[in-house]
Design a protein around this ligand. Structure first.
Ligand code: PMT
Length: 400
């Protein structure tokens, strides 16, 4: 996701410095070239060697080093970066930035860079709540710095409150967002994900193995592209992606109500959820007792949410369905595309290795009225990227 990107990580002195090492590892894993700059105080907590080993690049510390000065290295570093991340950012660093002070290597780079800067504060709760820090935070926001607010919890100073460095996964997501062109800015999109559960008594239900991974990846990528995203999710164990509003539902009927309630104002809807086609015709209010012999459950058809969306599709809206198939994949998918009045259908052959339910990867064919693209096996996030590319093309053409 960060291939070809250059990230400058500024590390200032606080107990959370050790967490920045994990951030370097994740940035590198995503393909970024990472350059770390440490303040003198940060070097009291962790040596430069750790960051040098993880980034495979020399760590910048000294504004007046002979070697760096010969190349005016702080200006060079400021120019090269696609993104600057400050983690942890101390109250002192924030104060210097708010005042425009440039008295060391890191603060000099910060004045010279035109790249977006993500500030991730970490400090004692009283320091975070101090009016001077609040004022500096306001100034930084007004100056265009992005801030990943600290998490609330137990702090190293034995106090409790806001001040812990934000979760590394949230910092990574914010960095990815800042490096992603906002191609869905101003667009509202709805994604459904996960399975539905159709209870026949309070403790038993019909369902399927959908993990929600495909739908959550679609929601995450849309948010990264700056869309306003609603995720209607059946029961699954995944965390809601950052900047996504999640509505949790259990049954197909609840999913239909949630989706139809919001559908009219969406620019695009992607139905990834594995909605149960049937539900038990009768639901027992009490646990059905075990008894000898067979138990029959009569099933009634569930409403087809996607078909309802297709029948009432507002002009300009892009409607995307998925087709989970085990045979005649393309024919069945094309039939759903036409019958449900869709703009695109994503044909998912469940017999393929690494595709479909539960996997981290998927292998799909994206089919429209006149264009078909077969994708090779790739991560669900990569599949999501390709689906949103197609949706954006349709939104731009206005022909849907
Ligand atoms: O969640 P994961 O573990 O990541 O797995 C991903 C997935 C396999 C669930 C996903 O890639 C997928 O294929 N989703 C569609 C599953 C499905 O229900 O397919 P279907 O062919 O039965 O339904 C066709 C379309 O109609 C789907 O968009 C479905 O959301 C929708 N539908 C189906 C039944 C129903 N009653 N209402 C609906 O809206």
């Amino acid at each position: 996701m960060l291939q070809g990107k250059s990230i400058l990580l500024g590390v200032s002195g606080g107990i959370a410095v050790y967490k920045a090492a994990e951030l370097v590892r994740l940035f590198v894993k995503e393909g970024a070239s990472v350059h770390v700059v440490m303040t003198a105080n940060a070097r009291q907590f962790v040596t430069t060697l750790t960051f040098q080993a993880l980034s495979s690049n020399p760590v910048g510390c000294d504004l007046f080093s002979i070697e760096s000065e010969s190349r005016i290295s702080h200006i060079e570093k400021a120019r090269e970066a696609d993104l600057v991340v400050l983690a942890p950012a101390t109250a002192n660093l924030m104060a210097k930035m708010a005042a425009g002070i440039a008295d060391d290597y890191l603060t000099t780079i910060l004045l010279a860079t035109t790249a977006p800067v993500l500030v991730c504060p970490a400090m004692n709760v009283k320091m975070w709540e101090h009016p001077a820090t609040r004022r500096n935070l306001k100034t930084l926001t007004e100056l265009g710095y992005r801030v990943e607010p600290p998490a609330v919890g137990f702090l190293a100073c034995q106090e409790e409150g806001a001040g812990r460095l934000a979760d590394i996964s949230n910092i990574l997501e914010s960095a990815l967002r800042l490096l992603t062109p906002p191609t869905l800015e101003g667009r509202k999109v709805l994604v459904s994900a996960g399975p539905t559960r159709e209870h026949f008594d309070p403790v038993r239900f019909l369902s399927n193995p959908s993990s929600g991974k495909m739908g959550y990846a679609l929601a995450r990528i849309a948010a990264r592209r700056s869309a306003t995203v609603t995720l209607v999710s059946g029961p699954c164990s995944l965390e809601a992606p950052a900047r996504v509003e999640r509505i949790s539902v259990t049954s197909a009927a609840q999913m239909r109500d949630a989706v139809l309630n919001l559908s009219a104002c969406q620019d695009a809807i992607v139905m990834t959820a594995a909605v149960s086609d049937y539900r038990p015709a009768e639901v027992s209010p009490r646990k059905i007792k075990k008894s000898p012999g067979q138990l029959s459950v009569v099933l009634a058809p569930n409403p087809d949410i996607l078909a309802s969306l297709g029948a009432a599709k507002p002009s300009g809206q892009v409607l995307v369905g998925f087709a989970a198939e085990t045979e005649n994949v393309a024919e069945n998918a094309r039939d759903k595309l036409m019958r449900k009045n869709l703009d695109l259908i994503v044909a998912n052959d469940l017999t393929k290795e690494g595709a479909g339910f539960g996997a981290e990867t998927n292998e799909v064919k994206i089919m429209g009225a006149s264009e078909e693209t077969s994708l090779c096996l790739m991560t669900k996030e990569e599949v999501a990227e390709r689906i949103w590319d197609r949706v954006e093309k349709l939104l731009a053409s206005g022909k849907n």
